[in-house]
Design a protein around this ligand. Structure first.
Ligand code: SF4
Length: 344
């Protein structure tokens, strides 16, 4: 009964599989998305006995919010606890004309980037499609979600099937009806999945978390680079771009101590030019326990202008939620540490 991971066709197939008319499946999805019911017995139009029977066997809410932090800029970070106790973060980023939600795809992360709290303790498990969709719904209940980015904890392309299914469910007109162009998936570079994604979801925006455009630096920052070096990842990105006919995005976190020299700027611009890609420069949000140094504002501006001088199209992204540990994985890590402390 992974209702939040079902498309309409799947909900209807479930209904007929237990001897109900197909429209009961449609009513079920309308109930969970539109009426925001918290148990099966509340599904509008359903026979009471059917709802009670399902309530006896399954719990409809997938997770509860155990912590919430609201930044002075409106960014809200929620820590969710799923039914098995797994803790996952999701972030709501409101602006006057948009409401973007950043979702996690794994509990922890197996990639272990040197600047990220999510990978510090490795990965616990993959999230199911329904659990990913639940994060969006969680924030959607407060304000209609207009955009979703798969940039939270986890490497989406190491949980590929669940991510594809979540994208389909988010697009379901009976549910959130989110257009593909309003969804962005960010990967640290899994070449075969990048090519597959071009075939499966060509309308969704793909961002490559580059963070360095030479193998030596990138292998230090993004350990996945040792398995799939830049030449392989960039070849897959070129295939992706030629198949979907759109410019990919390169994400580049600015670390004062690691990737902000003139040579780094030149390499980044050259890589972006070859891919016709746009560059997002993201000043680092410092993470306790990690040694990386956030850049001064002046250094950010200087690096951006160097990249532009070398012919790269770059935008500096305003860091959001600095006062609430909004960088990937920090809240979950703090909570786990508190939990572990309270256990001893
Ligand atoms: S930046 Fe992304 S891929 Fe890297 S460790 Fe964090 S969650 Fe994983």
């Amino acid at each position: 009964m992974d209702v939040y991971g079902w498309t309409r066709a799947q909900a209807e197939a479930w209904a007929t599989s237990i001897g109900l008319p197909a429209y009961r499946g449609e009513q079920l999805l309308r109930g969970v998305y539109r009426a925001d019911v918290r148990c099966f017995a509340e599904i509008p139009g359903w026979p009471r006995e059917l709802g009670q029977r399902l309530d006896a066997a399954y719990r409809l809410p997938l997770a509860e919010e155990v912590e919430q932090h609201v930044s002075s800029d409106g960014t809200t970070k929620s820590l969710l606890r799923y039914q098995d106790g797994a803790l996952v973060e999701c972030v709501s980023i409101p602006t006057p004309d948009r409401h973007t939600v950043c979702v996690s795809t794994q509990v922890g992360c197996p990639v272990g980037c040197s600047f990220c709290a999510s990978g510090l303790a490795g990965v616990e498990r993959n999230l199911r499609a329904a659990e990913i969709v639940w994060q969006v719904l969680h924030h959607h209940r407060r304000r209609r979600v207009t955009h979703v980015v798969f940039m939270g904890s986890g490497e989406p392309f190491l949980n590929y099937d669940a991510v594809i299914q979540a994208i389909r469910v988010l697009g379901e007109p009976l549910g959130l009806g989110l257009g593909r162009r309003r969804i962005t998936v960010s990967t640290s570079g899994v070449p075969m999945r990048i090519r597959q994604f071009a075939r499966d979801e060509p309308q969704v925006t793909l961002a490559l978390s580059l963070h360095a455009a030479d193998d030596a630096t990138r292998s230090r920052l993004v350990p996945l680079n040792r398995r799939w070096p830049l030449a392989e990842v960039l070849a897959a990105m070129r295939d992706y771009a030629s198949q979907v006919g759109r410019r990919p995005t390169l994400e580049y976190v600015l670390l004062a101590d690691a990737n902000m020299s003139r040579v780094h700027a030149e390499q980044l611009a050259a890589t972006a030019r070859a891919l016709h890609a746009h560059i997002n420069l993201i000043p680092y949000n410092p993470v306790a326990d990690l040694a990386h140094v956030p850049p001064e504002r002046r250094a950010v501006a200087a690096f951006a202008s160097m990249v532009r001088r070398y012919g790269g199209h770059a935008t500096v992204r305003r860091p959001r939620g600095c006062d609430i540990a909004a960088a990937c994985g920090q809240l979950r890590r703090q909570s786990l540490a508190l939990f572990e402390t309270s256990q001893h």
